[in-house]
Design a protein around this ligand. Structure first.
Ligand code: A3P
Length: 374
């Protein structure tokens, strides 16, 4: 392991631990090589739940959902065992059912987990909001291995040097491949945006995956325990302060609960930054569409169209839908069905069916970024 200190062309300073070509945060426990060996051989129990998240994707949110489901209580979960940040030698002393977190990319998770022991919940979020959340988070703390401006952090975040064991792109790729290639691994994927769209249904899916209580009354209680405001309030009490983080933030209370919205990137990213991240998504995730989309479970959205000249869905951010469907229309006379300029249109199918006399010059889907679609 070596400690790398670099300065970019604008004078922004980056410092991290490097091991076998990969970058790890300075807060990684001790020697990275030793820690990764401990993680690889970690003694996993069948009832362990591994919360595997790219940082700032909603880890605390999902962690508290899992905790409420498992413990059937409203006790706030803070500072659970985190594979890369904690001393693992005493991990076996905890005799309760464990929620074990990690931001490590797929190659580094325990071998036993890959082979199917324990359950994994993998949490992801749109990279633009993830970046903004990460920038606000890291720049409000000290000793975090970055001293500089937002644009420098943006380039660092996009690079393979990003110090959370992988860039967002590599993290998504490695986890997508890991899930596809290890059918024995018990894994359920959660997207931040889906939690925002329909929390109840996502909590219900997590509960079914974990095999916890699943009646509506209980799930509604869990939904309310993990609302943004409830978690924020709980985090501001003693429960939110942890010794482990005392050297990076006041009282050891990580600045987690900020806005909790989708699309804050529009207030923060410049046009150039937005274009850069878009082009990188296209380039880096080429060929990964189906895997990403396939893990999503989205609420149905029906678009019904009759007798219009033009049907147009445009400039939407985050249109998450199972299907865009035009059906059972009698005599639709329309010039164009057009879906354009959408960012992140995740949809299983765009389908036009059972139309009698659909007179339509063009059905056109254009300029969509990240159209994940069969
Ligand atoms: P923002 O910084 O965009 O507000 P993590 O726990 O992985 O560090 O993620 C933190 C992000 O999740 C923050 O995003 C935080 O506000 C958001 N978050 C946490 N709990 C939430 C909730 N109940 N509802 C919505 N967003 C939540």
């Amino acid at each position: 392991m070596e400690i790398v200190e670099t300065t970019d062309y604008e004078g922004n300073k980056i410092k991290y631990k490097k091991y076998k070509g990969r970058a790890f945060h300075l807060q990684t426990f001790g020697d990275v090589g030793n820690q990764l060996r401990m993680v690889d051989t970690f003694k996993v129990r069948p009832d362990d739940v591994f919360l595997c998240t790219f940082p700032k994707s909603g880890s605390h949110w999902v962690g508290n959902i899992i905790n409420a489901l498992i413990t059937e209580s409203s006790k706030y979960l803070e500072g659970p065992l985190t594979l890369e940040f904690h001393d693992l030698t005493t991990a076996d002393e905890d005799k309760n059912q464990r929620i074990i977190c990690t931001h490590l990319s797929y190659p580094f998770i325990p071998a036993a987990v890959k082979a199917g022991t324990g359950k994994v919940i993998n949490v992801l979020r749109n990279p633009k909001d993830t970046f903004v959340s990460a920038w606000k988070f890291f720049s409000s703390m000290v000793n975090i291995g970055y001293a500089g401006n937002m644009d420098g952090f943006f380039r660092f975040f996009l690079s393979d040097e990003f110090y959370m064991s992988a860039s967002w792109f590599n993290y998504v790729k490695e986890w997508t491949d890991g899930k596809a290639n290890n059918p024995n691994m018990q894994v359920h994927t959660v997207w931040y945006e889906d939690l925002k769209a329909d929390l109840y249904s996502e909590v219900s899916k997590i509960s079914k995956f974990l095999g916890t209580r699943n009646d509506e009354k209980f799930l509604r209680e869990v939904e309310s325990i993990v609302s943004f405001q409830s978690l924020k309030t709980a985090h501001e009490t003693d429960a939110g302060a942890v010794d482990r983080w005392k050297d990076i933030c006041k009282d050891g209370r990580l600045p987690i609960y900020r806005k909790g919205v989708i699309g804050d990137w529009k207030n923060e990213l410049t046009v150039a930054q937005n274009e850069l991240i878009d082009s990188m998504i296209k380039e880096k995730l080429a060929g990964y569409n189906l895997n990403l989309r396939g893990k999503r479970s989205l609420s149905e959205f029906k678009l019904q169209i009759e007798n219009t000249d033009r049907v147009q869905i445009e400039n939407t951010d985050h249109l998450f839908c199972d299907r865009v469907q035009i059906e059972n229309t009698d005599h639709v006379f329309c010039d164009r069905v057009q879906i354009e300029n959408t960012d992140h249109l995740f949809c299983d199918r765009v389908q036009i069916e059972n139309t009698d006399h659909l007179f339509c010059d063009r059905v056109q889907i254009e300029n969509t970024d990240h159209l994940f679609c069969d």
